[in-house]
Design a protein around this ligand. Structure first.
Ligand code: SOE
Length: 388
């Protein structure tokens, strides 16, 4: 067997995303054995030494650090994976770029467009490889949706509709800030559902349906004050609890997006639907192996929504998994991202999208959405052309 080229990973952050990414690195050699590259879990970093040691033992990291600057300075690390809260992405990424490391950064790229731009400038100056973990692109049914749209089967596209609904913050007792609830703190997160959830919807939408050129948005903060875990005081809430926006895509279609953490009964309901002149597509994260497809060209007596179970070997990624009919899950989207990142290194032609530069386009839309809601007016996004 040919010797694999090793990519020595330094992971920063041991929360939910630290786990999804670590699982990705661990599984790739098993399920993508043909890749030239293979991950080596060299080091994991988090401030709490006891917790980071337990994480390293659980996921197979060779060593631990409690200071990310030390991790970045190590010359046995090739790629830095940023899984920390959003307020640390820019500082870590800029330092990692200066140290010549590849960077895999959890979404959203940054809290603000300006911060994201600094990150893009830094990685371009350093010439390092990057990717941002917009993982939903790599669920086979979502990748298939993209392939179907690219094939032209839908014809002219009129509508793109997406929702991301949750209900975990309805109680006024949920605190803001600190471990576990940093997403509720505007300083740490940058925004609420716009950066956390709509960013996913925007990334998928622009990848499949092209640039969003302008937006009109409304946001709401239903609970105005919450206990801050770091200060112990009740403080004003600065994030958007809910956001609805409509928009124009560059291809002439209309978009409608909604996200909230106040949709009682919904835990993580990400859905999208695309309506074209000939056909429509819809997808639902709660039934993620299925893609629904309606084709007006079908004979009228059998015309209706088809439910495609995306588990056949000739459908995206599925030749790597089980046998037709047996589904996969959420975690596989991260495994696919690791595999695609390594494949892009192997091929050396195209970087693994979305790169920092690609993800900056999503930041532009998020920023325009928040500006539009604040000013109660339409805003141009400045996004144009093909989105990788
Ligand atoms: C928030 O609850 C969250 O974990 C997001 O941060 C993730 O990006 C999303 O995929 C699921 O929901």
């Amino acid at each position: 067997m040919a010797t694999k080229k090793e990519i020595r990973i330094g992971l920063i952050g041991t929360g939910f995303m630290g786990r999804t990414h670590s699982n990705g690195y661990n599984r790739v050699p098993n399920f993508f054995p043909d890749l030239e590259y293979t991950p080596v879990l060299k080091a994991v970093c988090s401030r709490n030494a006891e917790k980071v040691k337990a994480f390293a033992d659980q996921w197979g990291y060779e060593s631990i650090e409690t200071d990310w600057k030390v991790l970045i300075a190590r010359d046995d690390i090739d790629a830095v994976d940023i899984c920390t809260p959003n307020d640390t992405h820019a500082e870590i990424a800029i330092a990692a770029a200066a140290a010549g490391k590849m960077i895999l950064c959890e979404k959203p790229l940054s809290r603000t467009l300006a911060e994201g731009q600094q990150m893009v400038d830094a990685v371009e100056k350093a010439g390092v490889n990057t990717t941002v973990w917009y993982n939903y692109r790599r669920i086979p049914a979502v990748t298939l949706a993209k392939q179907i749209v690219d094939s032209g089967k839908l014809g002219k596209i009129f509508h793109y509709r997406a929702n991301f609904l949750q209900d975990w913050t309805i109680s006024a007792d949920v605190p803001q800030g600190g471990t576990g609830t940093w997403r509720m703190d505007v300083e740490a997160a940058g925004s609420g559902v716009t950066g956390d959830l709509l960013a996913h919807c925007i990334d998928t939408a622009m990848w499949i349906n092209g640039a969003i050129v302008d937006v009109s948005a409304v946001t709401e903060t239903f609970v105005k004050e919450r206990m801050h875990q770091l200060t112990g005081k009740v403080e004003p809430v600065g994030i958007d609890d809910a956001c609805i926006f409509h928009c124009h895509f560059e291809n002439g279609s209309l978009g409608l997006f909604e996200s909230t953490r106040y949709a009682r009964g919904h835990k993580a309901l990400y859905t999208f639907e695309i309506n074209g002149e000939n056909a429509s597509i819809r997808w639902d994260l709660h039934d993620l192996n299925r893609l629904e497809y309606f084709d007006y060209a079908d004979e009228s007596i059998v015309r209706g929504w088809r439910s495609i179970h995306v588990t056949d070997g000739d459908q995206p990624y599925m030749d790597k998994w089980w046998v037709p009919g047996l589904g996969i899950g959420y975690e596989h989207s991260f495994i696919h991202q690791v595999a695609d990142f390594f494949k892009s290194l192997e091929m050396g032609e195209k970087p693994c999208a979305p790169t920092f530069k690609d993800a900056l386009e999503t930041q532009k839309v998020c920023e325009a959405v928040l500006d539009s809601a604040a000013s109660r007016s339409w805003k141009d996004t400045g996004v144009a052309g093909k989105i990788n």
